[in-house]
Write a protein that binds this ligand. Structure first.
Ligand SMILES: Cc1ncc(COP(=O)(O)O)c(C=O)c1O
Length: 488
């Protein structure tokens, strides 16, 4: 018998499970020809004695090898190394074929809108994003606990293979409850579709509304990925100016009077990129226009949950809009941008169509995350987290405003946002952002060069300064570095 005690010594310090280590080493012995095809492994009891392990560990290792076809169980004889091995020499394996072709051998649609690349920092110490949450504050322990309790629940194996395209029913119910409590929305299950973030909801809504050549009104500047969704579908974008009260509703009316408008896209709180909030007066005016011109409205309220000095204004969707508003929201700002959960609220027939469309690209969402979020909404974790993070982000916003005024002076010109995670920061023309971004990158600070916000032919020399994800020390460091660069 081979000296398995020395050949198979597991390392208990390793993260890899001991049975996996044993299975892996036995595979190596087979590959190296030390364990010959047709030879037998010691019985599990004998092997467990040899290795000083629990017999169950050895059985688990053997089951692993059986499942991979390295060994076969021979009745009354034991475990035999397979004579027909799955892969004889993986270690010396060299790909026989040429590398995967990089040039497609067919024509395809390359007319997908895209954005210019941003300046990459040489050694990133700090990243100023365009408005992301601070994941260091997120209730991740609670998230892990919720995930664990779901995985351990008896229903989980079934849930893992099933689930409605519209999203976990628990999450839809909890979101309905949450939206009723925070936005006064009165919804049924057939009014809600869970999506992978607000972005998917924008794309689905746009796809169902817009055909090639349709006119879509957006603010200027606008959230570039929404613009690109509409453009991808062949829409003609009609850009309307926006000021501190949001999109210019007189200009919207003017367009509605003169031509057929397919839809209007608005961001009712903390417009992207300029962070302005649509005023109550303009909301009223829009409601009137919606009715007069039978406008379809996509109301993207991705940032509603983060508002500082005052309460947010109720969305258009909460008013009587006669079935014209598709309301979109996001949960990605609470737990982290990669936990991709958002939602679309709309009349039942629209949700049904959006669900069918979603199914074509994504059969269902991530059930585990959806169930976990439902638990955290139900037990109040999300609301507590929002309360805490609103307070912290409010302080960070104030600190950033103070520092920008004190250290950057007239190089910048900004209005403090009344919520959200970013501050819209236009720089004086004498400080071109591409130059500033390159210099900041050399000092380990990644800032936008502003190119994304110029989408649609603009020339703004402005960026979104995401303050929420930076702590006070980090905000201070970034502003000091920018101030230093501007002084040279
Ligand atoms: C205005 C706006 N809408 C939608 C989104 C997409 O959000 P999500 O991460 O939920 O897809 C963003 C992302 O920042 C945004 O700024």
């Amino acid at each position: 018998m081979l000296p398995f005690q020395t050949l198979l010594q597991p390392d208990k310090q390793l993260k890899q499970h001991v049975y996996q280590q044993i299975a892996g080493r036995l595979i190596n012995l087979i590959q190296e020809g030390i364990l010959q095809p047709g030879s037998y492994l010691p019985g599990s009891r004998v092997m467990a004695d040899l290795l000083q392990l629990h017999r169950k560990t050895v059985i688990a290792a053997y089951e692993e090898l059986l499942s991979q076809d390295w060994i076969v169980a021979i009745p009354r004889k034991g475990m035999m190394v397979a004579t027909n091995l799955p892969l004889m020499k993986p270690r010396s394996y060299q790909p026989a074929v040429s590398p995967y072709a990089q040039t497609p051998g067919f024509r395809f649609n390359t007319q997908i809108p895209s954005l210019p690349a941003q300046v990459a920092p040489t050694k990133t110490r700090l990243v100023v994003n365009d408005g992301a949450p601070d994941v260091r504050l997120a209730p991740l322990e609670e998230w892990i606990k919720a995930c664990r309790s779901i995985i351990q629940s008896p229903q989980y194996p079934k849930r893992l293979t099933q689930g409605p395209t519209a999203g976990s029913e628990n999450l839809r119910q909890e979101t309905i409850r949450y939206l009723s409590h925070t936005r006064g929305l009165r919804l049924d299950l057939q009014n809600i579709l869970i999506t992978r973030g607000a972005q998917m909801a924008i794309y689905l809504a746009a796809s169902l509304l817009v055909k090639k050549g349709d006119a879509v009104i957006v603010a200027s500047p606008n959230y570039f990925y929404a613009d690109q969704c509409f453009e991808q579908l062949g829409a003609q974008l009609l850009r309307v100016p926006a000021d501190q009260d949001g999109i210019d509703t007189d200009a919207v009316e003017q367009l509605c009077r003169t031509r057929k408008i397919r839809c209007l896209y608005i961001i009712s709180h903390h417009h992207h990129p300029t962070t302005v909030t649509l005023s109550a007066v303009r909301r009223m005016k829009l409601l009137q226009l919606i009715r007069t011109y039978q406008l379809a409205v996509i109301e993207d309220d991705y940032d509603y949950d983060y508002h500082y000095p005052t309460a947010p204004i109720l969305p258009l969707a909460s008013a009587d809009h006669g079935g014209h508003v598709i309301y979109i929201g996001s949960m990605t700002k609470s737990l982290g941008l990669s936990i991709r959960i958002g939602y679309m609220i709309a009349p039942a027939a629209f949700i049904e169509a959006a669900t069918a469309l979603r199914r074509l690209m994504d059969l269902r969402g991530d059930n585990l995350s959806e169930e976990a979020l439902a638990l955290l909404l139900a037990d109040g974790t999300i609301e507590r987290h929002l309360k805490k993070s609103n307070k912290i982000y409010h302080e960070r916003r104030d600190l950033l405003c103070r520092l920008l005024t004190a250290k950057l002076g007239d190089a910048v010109d900004f209005v403090p946002p009344n919520g959200g995670m970013a501050l819209w920061l236009p720089f004086h023309r004498r400080h071109p952002l591409p130059v500033l971004a390159t210099k900041a990158a050399a000092q380990g600070v990644a800032i936008s060069d502003g190119a994304h916000y110029n989408y649609g032919g603009l020339s703004l020399n402005a960026l979104r300064f995401g303050f929420a994800s930076l702590n006070p020390k980090e905000i201070t460091t970034v502003v000091n570095i920018l101030a230093g660069i501007l002084q040279t």
